[in-house]
Each structure stands twice: as structure tokens, then as C-alpha cells.
Design a protein around this ligand. Structure first.
Ligand SMILES: Nc1ncnc2c1ncn2[C@@H]1O[C@H](COP(=O)(O)OP(=O)(O)O)[C@@H](O)[C@H]1O
Ligand SMILES: [Mg+2]
Length: 482
């Protein structure tokens, strides 16, 4: 049921507004958890009410109540046994629902990563496991309750029958006043309610399951991009990329034209750079290449092939991204790197970690590569996360590499070293760099200067210094800073 979510288009998901979406998920999953605990509380609340009403009955007529009391040990024994068993299955279900919750958030955050490293199938199988685990626990809870229902009902039935029969006898022999009898009967009827609800708490489980089902509409989106398996294979030759007449806007904000009339040629096996202020559309432009988004109009071609006409799997196989916003899975460091290439040998993973200078900080951790990174990598610094993301690119070692401010969170010493490694990685590969530091792109084959969604100018560094005022200012500012 989660598979459609994994395949769902990034834009749809990002448009759902990360925070709101995650809190929705949290809400729904939490509701399941809460429902489970309230059901459990109700179990005791109803039990107490029942005891109170039995007291009233006792006050009205001790003889009748005595008979009822005789029933109590039997009832409480049953209730206790059921309660114990219930608390066990409820705890288990809460654990599973917590696991699912964490996983859903992970899935959501790592959406781009799943796509770029083509792990949809893997996540599909993984999600099935998480959902099934919770489902099985819920079924178990339901079973416990369903078993409880007939037992409780039988118990009340027997009680009522015996009491009415005995009351009749007492009234006949004038041992019981008719008023007292009705008060007693009222209390007994009231007592029926808690007894009854003790046995129908399973309705609550149904509500919890429907909360789980509410996740479905969010998740149930047809995916356009993965449905093109029958298209022809993409064949990478020289790795020339061409973006022609590109316009783009996010469907969540149609007024804002993020990219306008973009025409760019990226030479294969060379490095091309994009510079421009933040918000000028650089990251968006980059995400058109692996078809994280499709342009609103215009075409993207790689080696003459319109990327919309080729099998997406074969396209993404050739591309790596080091994204501006690094996302990680709540898993070990080792698995987070290996995510980029599941069939990689362990030595390759270590090698990639070394090249990206991850091994430096990994070796200092207590559990080394087996350290859990914690939710969203909270245990790592921004620079460390960025290095993990670079390690993935080293491991995948694709022919097209997209670097979106890949070294922005690093201190200058580490950056310098990584830059050397990146130079090696990107040698003879089609590389598009968004650099936050101009020094890293001075040798680019071509630099495009972007502003407010447009390409304002292009050329190599020397050319741009003379013909682009924006570029010159930009460059001078950085020189003065350092
Ligand atoms: N997922 C999104 N949904 C809607 N608008 C977006 C999204 N991502 C970026 N934008 C908008 O698109 C514009 C360009 O953003 P971006 O490509 O990230 O620029 P840059 O990378 O140059 O800083 C900005 O105005 C930004 O607010
Ligand atoms: Mg950006």
C-alpha cells in the first residue's frame, strides 16, 4: 500500500509541504497509538464503573447482590486474564506503530535519494514489512477482543437470568419490595453498559486501522515516471546535455516562473558551472536532468535523446547528485553509504568513505561504520553529512555528476581536501556544479550566470570577467572576503 508513495512524483510530495505532511503522518500514526492506549484505559474505567454499580445494587438488596457478587470473581478473573494478554499485544502494536512512523518519515525525507539511487523496489519491499507487522499486531488485538465479547456477554446473560428468577421468588414471598427491585434493576441495567463496552473496545481498534487507512489517499498517487519501462534504453555516449527552451514552474506556485527560456549546452566529459544568487533557479535546473521534475515546456536531451522518451531506470543509472539538502536514513553509516550501490563490495564502501574523507570522523565514533546515525542524522554535523553524501557519489561513480553546493558546509581545510578528491572523481565525466565558492569553478569549461530564472550570460571565467558585470561583482566580492 505504500508502494505508490515511493513511486509518487517528487513534486507532488514536496508540494505537500514537508512539515505539514510529516505532522499529518505523525498525527495519523499517533492516533493509532493513542487509540490503543485509550482503549486500554477504558478497560479499567469501565471496570471501576461496574464495581460502583454493583455497590448500589448491594445497597438495594443484599441477597440479590450476593448472587451477583458470587459472579464477580469469575468476571474479574476473566477480565484480568484478558487485560494481561491485551496489555502485551497493545505494547507490541505500539512498538510496531512507532517503527512504521519513523520509517514513513525516513521515506518522505529521502525521496530524491531513493529515486537517484533507484531503490524503489527495495523500499517497496521494506515498507510492506513495516505495514504488515503493524497490521498483524492489530489483528492480534482484534482477536483478543473478539474472543472477549462472547465470554462477557454470556456472563451477563447468566447473571441476569439468575437474578430475575431469584427476584421473582423474593417478591412472591414478600421479602423484596417492588421499589427496591426496580432500583436494583436500574443499577443492573446501568452496569450492563460498562460490561458491554468492556467487550466492544475492539471498535477502537477499527478506528485505529481507519486512521492508518487515512494515510492511503496521500500515498495513493499514480506515478508517471516509473510507468515507462517499455521505453527504449537510454544509451550514454559522450554525455552531452542540452536544455532547449526550458520553462518551469512548480505546480504549487504557478505564478512564479522559476525557469524562463533556458537554453544551455553542457559538453560531455567536461565541467560546467552554474552561478547566481540563491533563488535564481540553479537547483531546480539541475533536478531536470535526472527527471526529478519535468519542465513545463522545452526539452532536455542527453546525447541527442529526449530524456522523456527513454526508460527512466536506464537514465538515472548514469546520474549521481550530491544534493544541497543532504538526507540520510535512520540506519547505520555503512548502510547509508552503501545505499548508493547495494551490490557494492564492502571494500568499495570503505574506499568511497576514504575518498570523501568520511573515514576520518567515522573512525572516531564508538561503533565506527555500524554507528546508527539517528533520526535525520542528528548525531552528525552538517559537514559530516555532506561528506556522506559525497561518499555515495564516489560509490556510484556514474558518468554524469551533479554537485549542488556539495561542499558548502565544510570548513575550508576539509573543503580543500575534498575538492581535490572531487576533481579526481569528476575527471572526464560530465559534471554540472553549483558552486558557492567561485575558486572551485575557475577551470570550468563553461560557466552560466543565472538571475531570477534566466541565464544572463555564459562563457569561461576570463570571458565572463570582461563581459558580465554581475559575474565580475560576484567574483570581486568573494576575493575580498577571503
Ligand atoms: N519544491 C518547490 N516548490 C515550490 N517552489 C519551489 C520549490 N523549490 C524551489 N522553489 C522556488 O523556486 C525558486 C528557485 O529555487 P532554487 O532552484 O532552489 O534556486 P537556487 O538553487 O538557485 O537557490 C525559488 O523561488 C524557490 O522558492
Ligand atoms: Mg539551490
Amino acid at each position: 500500500m505504500l508502494s505508490s508513495f515511493i513511486k509518487a512524483d517528487t513534486e507532488y510530495i514536496e508540494n505537500k509541504h514537508t512539515g505539514k505532511y510529516i505532522s499529518n503522518l505523525n498525527f495519523d500514526v499517533n492516533q493509532i497509538t493513542m487509540m490503543l492506549s485509550t482503549s486500554f484505559l477504558n478497560f479499567f474505567k469501565d471496570g471501576l464503573t461496574l464495581i460502583g454499580l454493583l455497590c448500589v445494587m448491594f445497597f438495594q438488596n443484599w441477597r440479590l447482590s450476593l448472587i451477583a457478587i458470587i459472579m464477580i470473581p469469575l468476571a474479574s478473573f476473566t477480565a484480568k486474564k484478558l487485560g494481561k494478554r491485551m496489555s502485551k499485544v497493545v505494547t507490541e502494536a505500539q512498538e510496531k506503530s512507532g517503527d512504521l512512523n519513523k520509517y514513513l518519515i525516513d521515506l518522505f525525507k529521502n525521496h530524491k535519494i531513493i529515486k537517484i539511487f533507484q531503490r524503489e523496489k527495495f523500499e517497496e519491499e521494506r515498507s510492506e514489512k513495516f505495514v504488515n507487522d503493524l497490521k498483524n499486531k492489530s489483528i492480534k488485538i482484534a482477536t483478543v477482543f473478539i474472543r472477549a465479547t462472547p465470554i462477557m456477554e454470556l456472563l451477563t446473560g447468566i447473571m441476569i437470568a439468575i437474578l430475575i428468577f431469584y427476584s421473582g421468588k423474593l417478591i412472591m414471598s414478600n421479602q423484596l419490595n417492588i421499589n427496591n427491585f426496580f432500583s436494583f434493576l436500574a443499577a443492573m441495567m446501568l452496569a450492563y453498559q460498562p460490561v458491554k463496552s468492556l467487550s466492544i473496545i475492539n471498535v477502537g481498534v477499527g478506528q485505529g486501522l481507519s486512521a492508518a487507512k487515512r494515510i492511503l489517499p496521500i500515498v495513493d498517487i499514480k506515478n508517471l515516471v516509473l510507468e515507462n519501462n517499455d521505453k527504449k534504453e537510454f544509451s550514454l555516449l559522450h554525455g552531452d546535455i542540452e536544455l532547449a527552451n526550458i520553462n518551469f514552474n512548480y505546480s504549487s506556485n504557478l505564478e512564479n516562473n522559476v525557469l524562463k527560456d533556458i537554453n544551455i549546452k553542457i559538453n560531455g566529459k567536461k565541467m560546467t558551472a552554474l552561478v547566481g544568487q540563491s533563488g535564481s533557479g540553479k537547483s531546480t535546473l539541475l533536478s531536470l536532468v535526472p527527471r526529478i521534475y519535468d519542465p513545463s515546456s522545452g526539452v532536455v536531451k542527453i546525447d541527442g535523446q529526449n530524456i522523456r522518451d527513454v526508460n527512466l531506470f536506464s537514465l538515472r543509472k548514469e546520474i549521481s547528485i550530491v544534493d544541497q539538502n543532504v538526507t540520510l536514513f535512520d540506519d547505520t553509516i555503512f548502510n547509508n553509504i552503501k545505499y548508493a550501490k547495494p551490490d557494492a563490495d564492502d571494500v568499495d564502501v570503505y574506499e568511497a568513505a576514504k575518498l570523501s574523507m568520511c573515514s576520518e570522523f567515522i573512525e572516531k565514533l564508538e561503533n565506527k561504520y555500524q554507528t546508527m546515525i539517528g533520526e535525520n542524522g542528528t548525531r552528525l554535523s552538517g559537514g559530516e553529512k555532506q561528506r556522506l553524501s559525497i561518499a555515495r557519489a564516489f560509490l556510484k561513480d556514474s558518468k554524469i555528476i551533479l554537485l549542488d553546493e556539495a561542499t558548502s558546509s565544510l570548513d575550508s581545510e576539509t573543503e580543500e581536501k575534498i575538492q581535490k578528491a572531487l576533481d579526481k572523481l569528476t575527471l572526464n565525466k560530465t559534471t554540472v556544479v553549483i558552486a558557492h565558492r567561485l575558486s572551485t569553478i575557475l577551470n570550468s569549461d563553461k560557466i552560466y550566470v543565472m538571475d531570477k530564472g534566466r541565464v544572463m550570460n555564459s562563457g569561461n571565467h576570463e570571458e565572463l570577467l570582461t563581459k558580465s558585470e554581475t559575474y565580475k561583482n560576484y567574483y570581486n566580492k568573494q576575493i575580498n572576503k577571503s
